[in-house]
Design a protein around this ligand. Sequence first.
Ligand SMILES: Cc1ncc(COP(=O)(O)O)c(C=O)c1O
Length: 348
Amino acid sequence: MSMMGAGVRPGDEVLCPAFTYWSSAAGILQQGGIPVFVDIDPKTYTIDPVLIEEQITENTTAILAVHIHGLVADMDPINEIAAKHGLWVVEDACQAHGATYKGRKAGSLGNVAGFSCNRSKCLSGGEGGILTTNDADIAEVANRCRQINAIDQPNREGFNVYALGWGYRPHELVNAFICSQMDRFDENLARRREFAAFLSEQLADIPGFDGPYTPDYAESCFFTYVVSFDPRQLGLDVSAAEWRKAAGKALAAEGIGLGNWQYEPMPAMNVFADKVGFGKGFPWSFPGARQDIVYRGEDYPRTIEFIATHGYLGGVFPPNEMDLIERYVEGFQKVSENAHRALELAEE
Ligand SMILES: Cc1ncc(COP(=O)(O)O)c(C=O)c1O
């Protein structure tokens, strides 16, 4: 709906980070838009504003800033570049309920934003979502997605289908759940931040691991808790990727499962690499669309590096209690103390 509201139409190019959850790019494709990927800042793992301008072409209409893992993208430079080139800024705030940038909340940092409220999210209705914008025109256009047929055309009598929508009418029960969760949202968010702060403090003293980097401009909502793997802290002569692999296995044996949103940069996925899209080459085959776009995972080395050397931890949120977080700390401690054994076991 955000893409629709921002006017993304077939053949338009939308810049999107190479590291995100696949749905970010799916939202672009669903409007017939063509995702053009940009590598990430290695520290913040969000889109690197410095790399954006070189990807802008005459077909570019929007920048999708994804606030991944609960950390907001660096929005000031993104908005500046967008203003300079006449582009819309869409926030993918699906993982960022309550996260802030320079004191302002995610969802108020671009032209339009989409939040997911599916079962895993910080604000959940089981399914569903929220769109935010302060632009009445964007709201009106985005709202057309609610119906299969955009039927309520102003200034025309009778039933007239004048455009195609997507049937995104949310279920009222889902909306009611989301509204009721709002009452507990601030408390839950504070608890997430408390758990994350405790874990980061502890991991700082456990060689081999670190918690997520948070730049001064941001307050994360810690949708998921990012762990980085550093073998140098243990004096190990292996790469961070090898350590991540070995330690990940040992942590799993301790009951600590670490996940990744993706295992390779988004452009390496077949839907892009083979330009599958909707089938029959659409949207790349749309008249006027740029024909020279090539999707290759290896063009995104920072995304590759980030995926190989990080993982995310779930469960760092209520209704879990601090005792679970303390157990996590014990597990990290044990793996750190037995790092050589973890590396040996990984070989077996
Ligand atoms: C970054 C990101 N964008 C988009 C989505 C899509 O949200 P939904 O599953 O509610 O469609 C998700 C959630 O899965 C997500 O994590």
